[in-house]
Design a protein around this ligand. Structure first.
Ligand code: PRX
Length: 659
């Protein structure tokens, strides 16, 4: 693992920032929580579970048959009731749950009482369309309130949802539908992105071909014309709006599946990460309360993630709503219609708690300090970061230009698999260091180990592991227990291997160092090299491809592809520079179509050969050296060591092609 330079570089970080006195004095969670959790971890989590309404209390807190966990065994509850109905019953139905801001500027504010009715109607509609407990429901929607309503309606029926990010292509969507075996999909005509309507329905139509989906519920968002298949497709406004606005909710087992969310792995097939109800809701609600110090009456919270990623599941839908938060959801991009859109939204709604990603922060840095300076950001009190390591420079910029030096920054490490935050500061307790996610949250057991699984000392680096089960942990990979065991539990004995490198500094604080496997992190989203290689090789002109993630100032990592063309295509690209350039563009678009725009390589290099070991394994490490324009590392294990010179010679010719 290449932790050398990161170690010396990060160790020089001596700045730290104590919590504002006021925040510390009134914090939801104090240092006592660490002690309480370390004295009796299970009792600590049981206490947090009591933050929810249970229909039946559990008989056992944890049943751990490694690597399979059951939390709150025998307990029953309904997730949607916990996120909505109980707040109405508690008399806060008039509180706004969602302030929706559409990209074109249309807005809707939905109270908890209104949300309760919407969810009840949607649950009744899904029942009418045949959905029952255990049925999987696909959701392929833009960031509109119906996405939240749809998820909660599924949860209410005990029917696990599988949300697919609207930027994914028909092929990616089809793979996911096939894996879940879903029969119903909720989608929309389209959504607004970068100032214009973008269609979703045609992609949804193409994706369901050959799958079990025989019913589509379609939200009208853009009003654009769409094809409608009689008997199969139903408008949301036709079916949902005419339903009763009450619905009798059933309590489900704590381990009833809540959702399946797909994430990239080191093979081409995405993994369906399975989450269940009681433990997941407990930890998302607790961490949101603790790390954002949510004061539901006065705070306005905004998480800028899309509902299609885990952050949208845990910190837009389940955690904040279980806590009765008032939040903003925004449909569009940060630069539409102008580069100050985020800050205009903060000012407009008086946002107090903001949760965004390092890639966005670096983009804002690039756009210039004067843009946020033009808006009133004085309501902000805590700033969150998630998705990838935040470099100290971006952390300091966030603190200074968005937080005006008085908002703690909470850098939160977690994964789709962990379901909820695992490593993060407590804003009223932790003295934060720029770039460090600090320490494990109360009740969470994290370590950094060497190759042999032995904990490293302070000041040393290694692999990040989770050494005890946690309530929101994945319960497996949908339909593939073996892959679950192999991926997470086989590398180290009785420890969950997260796939991330990390180091402990001299104080024992944790610094995340990125993925150690062939999974790239592009703008905070995990994408596997294999998936992109497969997409490239599916192009008729491509013989072989290798993909690496090269560090990139804005997106964290960017995709660089090395491609060997088939015979005649190689010749024409070699003879005609323009033909080569055109083909590169064609290949980038091809990947965009196959997987989605996020997977488009920044650069495609046409090469005659790839560096391989004698056993035929591609040495991605060396390609990464080229992509990052570094001196090339050790080539002694290569089958043909001259190949690196040939590839390196190609580098300047293949200039970066940015959209
Ligand atoms: O590499 C880590 C990085 O994102 C991975 C998880 O990606 P995903 O499942 O898509 O979930 C993203 C949102 C939770 C991790 O294995 N990562 C996430 N948060 C951080 C991070 N790396 C460093 N610091 C973080 N705060």
């Amino acid at each position: 693992m290449n932790s050398g330079p990161a170690l010396s570089n990060l160790s020089s970080e001596t700045r730290h920032f104590d919590p504002p006195a006021d925040l510390a004095a009134n914090a939801n969670v104090t240092a006592e929580a660490y002690e309480q959790a370390s004295t009796d971890r299970l009792a600590f989590w049981a206490e947090q579970a009591r933050r929810l309404d249970w229909t039946t209390e559990w008989s056992e807190i944890l049943d751990w048959q490694p690597p399979f966990a059951k939390w709150f065994v025998g307990g029953t509850l309904n997730a949607a009731v916990n996120c909505v109905d109980r707040h109405v019953e508690a008399g806060i139905g008039e509180r706004v749950a969602l302030h929706f801001e559409g990209e074109p500027g249309d807005t809707r504010s939905i109270t908890y009482a209104e949300l309760q009715k919407e969810v009840a109607k949607a649950a009744n509609a899904l029942t009418e369309l045949g959905v029952q407990q255990g049925d999987r429901v696909m959701i392929y929607l833009p960031m509109i309130p119906e996405a939240v309503v749809a998820m909660l309606a599924c949860a209410r029926l005990g029917a696990p949802h599988s949300v697919v990010f609207g930027g994914f292509s028909a092929d990616s969507l089809r793979t996911r539908i096939g894996d879940t075996g879903a029969k119903l999909m909720i989608t929309a005509d389209g959504g607004y992105r970068r100032g214009k309507p973008g269609a979703l329905k045609p992609t949804a139509d193409a994706a369901i071909e050959g799958t079990a989906v025989d019913t589509m519920l379609v939200v009208r968002r853009t009003g654009e014309d769409v094809d409608f298949t009689e008997g199969r497709d139903h408008w949301w406004h036709d079916v949902v709006d005419r339903q009763e606005d009450t619905h009798e909710a059933e309590a489900f087992d704590a381990e009833n599946p809540l959702f399946i969310l797909y994430t990239s792995g080191t093979t081409a097939k995405p993994k369906g990460i399975l989450h269940t109800t009681g433990g997941y809701l407990t930890q998302t609600a607790y961490t949101h309360h603790a790390v954002f110090d949510l004061k539901p009456v006065t705070d306005v919270y905004w998480c800028t993630a899309d509902i299609g990623w885990v952050t949208g599941h845990s910190y837009i839908v389940y955690g904040p709503l279980a806590n009765g938060a008032t939040q903003v959801i925004y449909e569009g991009t940060p630069d539409t219609p102008h580069k100050g859109r985020f800050w205009e939204i903060v000012q407009k709604y008086g946002v107090t708690l903001l949760y965004t990603a390092p890639t966005a922060i670096r983009t804002f840095m690039k756009w210039g300090d004067d843009i946020p300076a033009g808006f009133d950001l004085s309501t902000l009190r805590i700033l969150g970061s998630v998705g990838e390591p935040i470099n100290p420079e971006a952390w300091m910029w966030y603190r200074e230009h968005i937080g005006h030096d008085n908002c703690p920054i909470v850098d939160t490490w977690w994964q789709t698999e962990t379901g909820a935050m695992m490593i993060a500061p407590l804003p009223g307790v932790t003295s934060t260091k720029p770039g460090s996610a600090q320490v494990a949250l109360p009740g969470v057991s994290v370590d950094v180990v060497d190759e042999s699984g032995t904990a490293v000392g302070d000041g040393e680096g290694g692999y990040l592991v989770l050494s005890e089960p946690w309530p929101a942990m994945l319960r497996g990979i949908w339909g593939d227990d073996e892959r679950y065991k192999d991926t997470y539990w086989s590398r180290f004995d009785s420890m969950y291997f997260a796939g991330d490198g990390a180091k402990k500094d001299d104080d024992g604080d944790l610094w995340l160092l990125g993925r150690v496997d062939d999974v790239m992190n592009i703008s905070g989203h995990r994408i596997s090299t294999t998936e992109i290689e497969s997409a490239l090789v599916s192009h008729p002109k491509v013989a072989e491809a290798a993909v690496v993630g090269a560090s990139d100032a804005t997106t964290g990592q960017a995709i660089v592809a090395f491609v060997i063309l088939r015979g005649s295509a190689a010749e024409s690209a070699e003879d005609d520079e323009q033909a080569g350039e055109d083909l590169i563009q064609e290949l980038r678009n091809h990947v965009g179509r196959e997987i989605g725009p996020i997977a488009k390589p920044r650069q495609v290099m046409l090469v005659p050969e790839l560096p391989k070991t004698r056993s035929g394994k591609i040495m991605r490490r060396l390609l990464k050296d080229i992509a990052e324009q570094r001196e090339i590392g050790d080539v002694t294990t290569l089958n043909d060591s001259t190949i690196m010179d040939v590839i390196a010679d190609k580098m300047p010719a293949a200039a970066a092609k940015e959209d």
